[in-house]
Write a protein that binds this ligand. Structure first.
Ligand code: PLP
Length: 547
């Protein structure tokens, strides 16, 4: 295939490291200067992409796109195809990511990303990442046996969705152990059951008697600990891993082609993607798609009350705490929104409850690269300058709690993106509205997807039918967040149980579980003890089995 000739290398957004391979980037996760990895060049689409890719299956499309980011010398074509196939064979629909039209008159379509093993969009990336880890390890371990084999210990913290998707991505994988910490009693019953009922020997759930932030602090402390890094090769699966962004690019193209195949989408029509956003990972994949050449008119950010991104796009200020926002809202305490000790608000869309968006740093690099340098500068100089800007901004975020950008940077950001903030109240109202609207009658949105639809409905007033279509990303199945759904549709429990609740969820909470309990007071050293002991027990069992 002529497209699979890329020789793509990667650099850090903070300018400290260059010329990394895809494999290094995937296994390292975070650059040693604290920055995130990005491709040195955003590949441009082959000139015949629109006709050639038009009818491709999700898997074939993924192959074409990934090939532009992964050199064939790193992963040969046949292997890449096999990895992709195994990653998406676990989805319940052959289509992987179908698009449904929710409102024909307003041209609002929903891209359903929840047909993977854990019923949330993170499966699209983590099924792929799990197979990549395994692929790289098998290759490194060729001809080695027993304790000579390189073993990866994946450590993560979750407030719900990431953990289950990571566990399902890594369960049963050779030479990988996965440890996921969750705050005990603070994730939803379904999410807890999804994680702890996975009994594969390499899956280790740790319930911490603290908050999500405590879990995250433990993860950070372990990654910074020289002791465990001497004996264990640690890896991360959080949303900053580049392979996750890459995997998510596919569905922007796939849903675009789905729309093109529909009669109502004319050649002159425009498309806007609306993305419920937390860590900016999902929508960043859309940015890469757009930069590659996908004709998306705008990427629309939809936040909940944790609105640092919406505030940035409104003001050019990226601040953990909205100093001026409070006054604008009348300074009144907001009903029903609990402030977390760290300043994160607990909302009905918990997977988007963040204080800062970690992947935003990647966008900042591209903005700085384009705005602050001219094409007359040498590329290496342009890259170094962009890295310096990012480093300064992120330093200010850390030391002062925020930073502001120039008008030109904000204007460049507004070229590609617009943003909306959606309250819990509007989330509930949107679930109700879609459920009872004649056009979409009976469709039940999860609260995250409802935030996208609420933003889509508002955005149609800016750019609407007949020429503009909105593709709104649906990030989770409603049964995963039934608390919000019950609030919105209190009289429709029977309908929910019969028509919405998936078979896989029935009886899940009664299945056997395996989970270790960790006391916050034992500190991260306590967690280290548990990790070391459980990896050792797992390896001994594998030795006995003669692997
Ligand atoms: C993770 C998640 C999001 C947010 O995705 P980001 O990539 O962090 O922006 C939205 N909805 C659901 C259901 C999620 O699990």
């Amino acid at each position: 295939m002529p497209t699979h000739t890329a020789s793509q290398r990667y650099l850090s957004t903070r300018g400290g490291s260059y010329d990394f391979s895809f494999e290094e980037v995937v296994l390292k996760g975070l650059a040693s200067d604290g920055g995130l990895f990005i491709p040195e060049e955003i590949p441009v689409l082959p000139s015949d992409w629109a006709t050639k890719w038009h009818n491709l299956s999700f898997e074939d499309l993924a192959y074409e796109i990934f090939s532009l980011y992964i050199s064939p010398s790193e992963i040969p074509s046949a292997d890449l195809k096999d990895i992709i196939h195994r990653s998406y064979a676990t989805f319940r629909t052959k289509d992987v990511a179908p698009t449904v039209t929710l409102d024909k008159e307003k041209n609002i379509h929903l891209l359903e990303l929840f047909h993977g093993p854990t019923f949330a969009f993170k499966d699209v990336a983590l099924q792929f990442l799990g197979n990549l880890f395994e692929y790289f390890l098998i290759r490194k371990n060729e001809g080695k046996s027993g304790r000579d084999r390189e073993h990866l210990t994946v450590i993560g913290a979750t407030s719900g969705d990431t953990g289950s998707a990571a566990i399902y991505g890594l369960r049963g994988k050779k030479d990988v152990s996965v440890f996921i910490m969750h705050p005990h009693g603070k994730v939803s019953a379904i999410q807890e059951a999804q994680m702890t009922t996975v009994l594969d020997a390499n899956v280790h759930n740790l319930a911490v008697d603290g908050t999500f932030d405590d879990c995250q602090d433990f993860v950070k402390a372990l990654f910074a600990d020289p002791e465990i890094n001497k004996t264990h090769k640690l890896a991360a699966v959080n949303s900053i891993n580049w392979a996750r962004i890459l995997a998510q690019i596919t569905y922007y193209f796939y849903s675009y082609f789905n729309l093109i195949r529909q009669q109502s989408f004319l050649p002159a029509s425009k498309v806007r993607f609306v993305v419920p956003t937390g860590n900016f990972g999902d929508i960043l994949a859309g940015y890469f798609a757009k930069r590659m050449g996908l004709p998306a008119e705008k990427l629309v950010i939809a936040t909940n009350e944790n609105d640092i991104l919406h505030r940035f796009w409104s003001s050019g200020k990226y601040e953990k705490h909205p100093v001026y926002g409070k006054a604008a809202e009348g300074g009144l305490p907001e009903d029903g929104v609990k402030a977390h000790e760290s300043g994160v608000k607990e909302t009905l869309s918990p997977a988007m409850d963040i204080l800062v968006s970690s992947n935003f740093e990647r966008l900042l690099w591209f903005l700085a690269y384009e705005v602050y340098s001219t094409s007359a500068d040498a590329v290496s100089q342009r890259r170094a300058q962009a890295g310096d800007h990012v480093k300064n901004w992120l330093n200010d975020l850390k030391s002062k709690g925020g930073f502001g950008v120039d008008k030109q940077i904000l204007a460049a950001a507004q070229e590609d993106f617009s943003s909306y903030r959606v309250s819990d109240e509007e989330t509930i109202a949107t679930i109700k509205q879609i459920y009872s609207a004649p056009a979409s009658k009976g469709y039940v949105l999860d609260p995250h997807s409802a935030i996208g639809i609420a933003a889509s409905l508002r955005d149609t007033e800016v750019a609407g039918p007949p020429s503009t279509h909105h593709i709104s990303l649906s990030t989770a199945h409603p049964a995963k967040f039934n608390n919000a759904v019950e609030q919105a549709l209190p009289d429709d429990k029977a309908y929910f149980l019969e028509k919405v609740l998936p078979e896989e969820f029935k009886g899940l909470e009664d299945k056997p579980r395996r989970v270790s309990h960790v006391k916050k007071s034992d500190g991260w050293e306590g967690v280290r003890k548990v990790v070391i002991a459980e990896v050792e027990a797992e390896l001994q069992a594998a030795d006995k089995a003669g692997r």
